[in-house]
Design a protein around this ligand. Structure first.
Ligand code: UD1
Ligand code: MG
Length: 446
């Protein structure tokens, strides 16, 4: 666990880049990993350390990004002229600030709070002007190379686009997290020169400016899994895989059985109790909370659902947002539940749609039951009382209430409330014509 530590620092998150390599109409930081946007992962890694300010650098018209970060102040970078220029756009908001300025890249989502904490501690203990995270990806293509004649001190960073053949062979690269003394940053950022190769102002040029003044830049090594940047869809998939591996390991450490971890897809906010058993090929989309002893069988998809102790879900179940499955309840194959609760011990085991509904304790929903919740214009609710029994292939046309202990005969289309303990039948009366089948079968073929 992380040691509690009080740092005086401000945090800048750069997210104004176009993300052109993603080939997307979304801002890059709005792409998702384990169900959450890249920007919200970055915020989650720094918020527990209580920065004194958090400033988000955005391009104009990135309102959707702003909504992901309601507690941040925003600095607008009108034209994307590089990472150094992006930090410059936030300088007015750091006027007079004297702590450490931590710069995070919005496309480096897997950095942990523990690592940032260690970096800030290191920054102070080394009396560094700059401290940064380094890693050794294989291959290092695309990243800025760390020139170090004496590890862990960095003399300069050479960007991949600007590197010569020798420099390209340097295995250490910068991982997209850096901390500066505020005074150093304020003094030197305005003097930054654009790269003669690309015309961009690189934040990384500040390292050689520090070196020229005899100031120290220290590198803290981190793993590639933690520090990988997301610039392309392929890197997004790699980051997803790394995060899934981490989430699965954490779920198992906390006492869940994942029969095949490689096919169990979790979200960053998934909450699993102890002795939960998850069978192969299960997707837990965002907003899922699962209590102790629940079993989730194969090919089930859950989103925005709460499942209480001892319930059994699936195989092939779909729980949509607003599902609440009570203790020991069962939801079986090809059952879809949306904005509905199932009471303790209730069962919906086969081929049903339960939407905008409440189902009481120990109620039994027969195969093929449909709550007809939508009339083409509005949604309506269905309430099914405790111990009610809904026969197979029933349509419950909402709004409608089935009383406690009532029985609905199979194949009924229920359009009126059913009183408690009543038997409701709403289907045509059966007719059996003696010997008629024989006559029909005896017809000649044409
Ligand atoms: C950057 C680093 C590289 C490092 C890598 C780590 C620079 C010049 N290069 O390269 O050394 O190894 O990250 O992942 O810093 N941004 C802006 N405004 C701009 C340009 C970028 O806000 O004008 C933001 C982007 O939204 C992004 C971040 O800064 O979140 C990094 O930009 P990106 O273009 O991804 O830089 P890399 O090429 O990955
Ligand atoms: Mg990047």
């Amino acid at each position: 666990m992380m040691q509690p530590h009080k740092h005086n620092f401000a945090c800048l998150i750069l997210a104004a880049g176009q993300g052109t390599r993603m080939r997307s109409s979304l801002p890059k930081v709005m792409h998702k990993l384990a169900g959450q946007t890249l920007i919200s992962h970055v915020l989650a890694s720094v918020t527990p350390l209580n920065p004194e300010k958090t400033i988000l650098v955005l391009a104009p018209h990135m309102d959707t990004v702003k909504q992901e970060a309601p507690h941040c102040t925003v600095a607008i970078q009108d034209k994307q002229q590089g990472t150094g220029h992006a930090v410059k756009c936030a300088l007015p908001q750091l006027e007079g600030y004297n702590g450490i300025v931590l710069v995070l890249y919005g496309d480096t989502p897997l950095i942990t709070c523990e690592t940032i904490n260690t970096l800030l501690i290191r920054h102070k203990s080394e009396k560094a002007a700059i401290s940064l995270l380094g890693m050794k990806p294989n291959p290092p293509t695309g990243y800025g190379r760390l020139v170090m004649s004496r590890e862990p001190y960095v003399e300069r960073i050479v960007e991949c686009k600007d590197a010569n053949e020798e420099e390209k062979k340097i295995p250490h690269v910068w991982a997209g997290v850096i901390a500066f003394d505020a005074a150093f940053l304020r003094e030197n950022l305005p003097k930054l020169q654009a790269s003669p190769v690309t015309g961009e102002y690189y934040l990384t040029t500040l390292i050689e400016m520090a070196t020229a003044k005899g100031l120290r830049t220290v590198m803290l090594p981190v793993s590639v899994e933690e520090a990988m940047g997301v610039n392309t869809r392929a890197q997004l998939a790699q980051a997803e895989a790394a995060l899934q591996t981490h989430l699965r390991a954490r779920a198992m450490e906390n006492g869940a059985t994942l029969i095949d971890p490689a096919t169990t897809y979790l979200s960053a906010d998934t909450q699993l109790g102890r002795d939960v058993v998850i069978h192969p090929h299960v997707v837990l989309a965002p907003g899922v909370t699962i209590a102790d002893g629940v079993e989730i069988k194969s090919f089930s998809h859950l989103e925005g659902a709460t499942v209480e102790t001892g319930a059994i879900i699936g195989p092939y179940a779909r729980l949509r947002p607003g599902s609440l499955i009570g203790e020991n309840a069962h939801v079986g194959n090809f059952v879809e539940i949306k904005k509905a609760s199932l009471g303790k011990g209730a069962k919906a085991n086969h081929l049903s749609y339960i939407g905008d509904a409440t189902v009481g304790e120990e109620a039994n929903i027969g195969a093929g039951t449909i709550t007809c919740n939508y009339d083409g214009t509005n949604k309506h609710e269905t309430h099914i009382g405790a111990h009610a029994f809904i026969g197979s292939n029933s349509a419950l046309v909402a709004p409608v209430t089935i009383g406690q202990g009532a029985i609905v005969g199979a194949g009924s289309t229920i359009t009126m409330d059913v009183p408690a303990d009543a038997l409701a039948l709403a289907r045509a009366q059966q007719v059996s014509i003696p010997s008629r089948a024989k006559v029909l079968k005896a017809r000649p073929k044409k």
